[in-house]
Design a protein around this ligand. Structure first.
Ligand code: ACM
Ligand code: ZN
Length: 645
């Protein structure tokens, strides 16, 4: 925000607000590009007096607003700019609750053209009313894309006239929760079966949603998943799978022409309902094994000169992309669409990290950044012990907020391909609409501000202050929001670090560290940095074997305590060790066994758990060997630090 006075003036403004009840630009999310505050206030009753002028030559979606003692004047580039000026005014007036606002001048325009939020309506069906309610909130924070994940194994959610079984059968399942369904037989049910859970949107309902969003300057982008995540399609139309049978695979057969007829027919109907520039065609997480033994897939590879199954998937994505482009639209795909060759004109949504986005951008493709580590709102937003069950992980508001989409390795001459940012909410563990709403707000505000405001104008502490005000408003408007004022935060020791005798000492590893969870490499166990709520925070080191390490304390010294904390999270296969053996030595050759610490945590416990495997001892030693035996469940071991005192 370009304003020399603004930061200094905010505390004074806040004080004066209490006196005169006038609000100013200090409440606005996302923070505007430029604010100049003036003395005086504009008092009004009912609606403020607003004069709007359209100005050519301003950037799209931009506006300027001047509040004087006489009223409000707005200059806007286009309808969206005017709309956003009114959203700013609405925040300043507390949506009609305040009848006095500070005199000021605001000049504002978005950093990125794409500021999105994602809705997984497959894992759990959401009402149109819920979606419209989220559109209202999104628009208020100047977000402009709703990505709706309409199809996945857990249920197909859009009426398709040419393929009625998608919604007569593929939209319903015996179990209400995704978890029970996933852990059960993963069957589907006929529509109308007593107790069947599911649902779908008629075209009329979707057209109404699209129009509702359009009026609020939000484009709804439909996602139709292919070739993977398509179990429900293949249950309804088994002839589209390699085996020709339901419940055998989740990937469509790419050898069959019927598959392409299906996709083209479906997308034709989808494009009739959704006028969006982009059509999302998924492309993520396909298990390509079935294609290797399917005669038709193999024949396709031969006919098209494709050397492997990555190229087979790429053949499909390219062909579908050409079809979509022939209708004047463009595809978006998850970053797996890079594998085997990226379709010309495709836009990449980078989720597994940022590398896919960077690679696509270097190739001259548009990208939308949505890396899981910062943008996956399905992770718990506070200490997992106080939050509803989630898919795991920990992503508090601050961590979403600090994400910077433009990375140093992105070539500056390609930065125009960085279209923007999106927050994703996968709904495996989110059965209720109210729970989904709680997961979005306030973290979607962080996505909104990163998408709109310049990095130099962002400030975590100031953002949190504004978020508390915005959350009160949302709550008053009936939203179920996370109570940021009661945030517990990160594990306490993870915030402070820990000093101990082995800190900085060399560690020799006898077993390899798993490549994705290296943390700080061979200094991890003695760097004094304690792991947080999630094993993916690069403080926890991961192993798919025993852990067997020896610490060199540098000299023979009294050792009274040796211990390390492990994490268990059954869902992703993270378990406590069976036991830990602790040995000491003075010369590094002859070791004495000082403790054997057995696990007493059940492998069936599904909670996030931490347990210290430690011992109190009374020895003199230079070397400490810490050997954790992998669980009988196998899976990962995660350890953050070995504390010696
Ligand atoms: C994804 O999270 N599978 C895109
Ligand atoms: Zn096949």
């Amino acid at each position: 925000m370009k304003s020399t006075r603004t930061f200094l003036i905010f505390p004074i403004l806040l004080l004066s607000c209490f006196v005169c009840l006038a609000q100013g630009p200090e409440v606005i999310i996302p923070v505007p590009s430029e604010v100049i505050c003036h003395d005086g206030t504009y008092e009004f009753t009912g609606q403020p007096d607003v004069k709007v002028r359209r100005v050519k030559g301003m950037a799209p979606e931009s506006y300027e607003m001047k509040v004087s003692e006489k009223g409000v004047t707005i200059k806007a580039s286009d309808d969206a700019g005017e709309f956003y000026a009114f959203q700013t005014l609405k925040q300043m007036t507390g949506d009609g609750k305040v009848e006095s606002i500070r005199c000021c001048e605001i000049t504002d325009s978005p950093r990125f053209p794409y500021r999105g939020l994602h809705f997984d309506v497959s894992r759990h069906f959401r009402s149109i009313g819920f979606l419209k309610k989220q559109i209202d909130a999104m628009a208020g924070f100047k977000m402009n894309r709703m990505h709706i994940h309409l199809t996945d194994a857990a249920g197909w959610r859009m009426q398709i006239d040419a393929y009625p079984r998608l919604t007569e059968f593929g939209a319903w399942r015996p179990q209400r929760t995704w978890k029970e369904w996933w852990n059960g037989d993963r069957l589907y049910a006929e529509e109308g079966t007593p107790g069947a859970y599911g649902g779908y949107y008629t075209k009329e309902e979707l057209r109404d949603l699209v129009e509702y969003a359009r009026e609020r300057h939000i484009e709804v982008i439909p996602e139709i998943e292919m070739p993977g995540h398509s179990e429900e399609v293949l249950a309804a139309y088994p002839e589209l799978s390699c085996a020709g049978e339901p419940y055998r695979q989740g990937e469509m057969c790419i050898g069959k022409e019927a598959t392409f007829r299906f996709i083209e027919d479906v997308l034709t109907e989808v494009m009739e309902v959704f006028p969006s520039e982009f059509i999302h065609i998924g492309g993520d997480e396909a298990n390509k094994e079935h294609w290797k033994s399917c005669p038709e897939c193999q024949q396709r590879m031969k006919d098209e000169g494709l050397k492997d199954v990555d190229e087979l998937q790429s053949y499909m994505i390219c062909r579908v992309s050409r079809f979509v482009e022939s209708k004047g639209r463009r595809i978006i795909g998850w970053d797996e669409i890079l594998d085997g060759g990226l379709a010309a004109g495709a836009t990449v949504m980078s989720w597994r990290g940022t590398e896919g986005g960077i690679e696509a951008m270097k190739m001259g493709h548009d990208v939308i950044m949505t890396p899981g580590r910062y943008c996956y709102l399905d992770h718990a937003q506070d200490a997992p012990f106080k939050e509803p069950e989630s898919i795991g992980g920990y992503l508090p508001l601050d961590s979403v907020y600090v994400y910077e989409p433009a990375e140093p390795s992105m070539p500056s001459e390609k930065l125009h391909h960085l279209l923007g940012i999106q927050g994703n909410l996968w709904a495996e563990y989110i059965t209720e609409d109210a729970h989904a709403e709680y997961m979005y707000w306030p973290r979607a505000m962080a996505i909104a501000e990163t998408g709109w405001s310049l990095p130099e104008d962002k400030d975590v502490a100031d953002f949190r202050r504004r978020v508390l005000i915005a959350l009160d408003r949302l709550e008053e408007d009936g939203y179920n929001v996370f109570d940021l004022s009661q945030e517990y935060g990160e594990r306490k020791l993870a915030q402070t670090g820990l000093g101990h005798k082995a800190k900085g000492c060399k560690v020799v590893y006898d077993k390899p560290i798993q490549e994705w969870y290296q943390a700080a490499g061979e200094t991890t166990f003695t760097d004094g940095i304690i792991g947080g709520w999630t094993y993916s925070d690069q403080r926890w080191q991961g192993f798919l074997s025993d852990i067997d390490v020896t610490i060199d304390l540098g000299e023979v010294t009294p050792v009274r305590y040796v211990g390390g904390t492990f994490m268990q999270l059954k869902g992703p296969g993270v378990f406590m060790p069976q036991k830990v053996d602790i040995y000491v030595s003075s010369d590094g050759e002859s070791f004495t066994h000082v403790a054997e610490v057995w696990n007493d945590v059940s492998v069936n416990n599904e909670d996030l758990l931490f347990k210290s495997f430690d011992t109190i001892c009374n020895v003199e030693a230079r070397y400490v060997r810490y050997h954790a035996r992998r669980s009988t469940m196998r899976g990962f071991l995660f350890l953050d630090e070995i504390i010696v005192n």
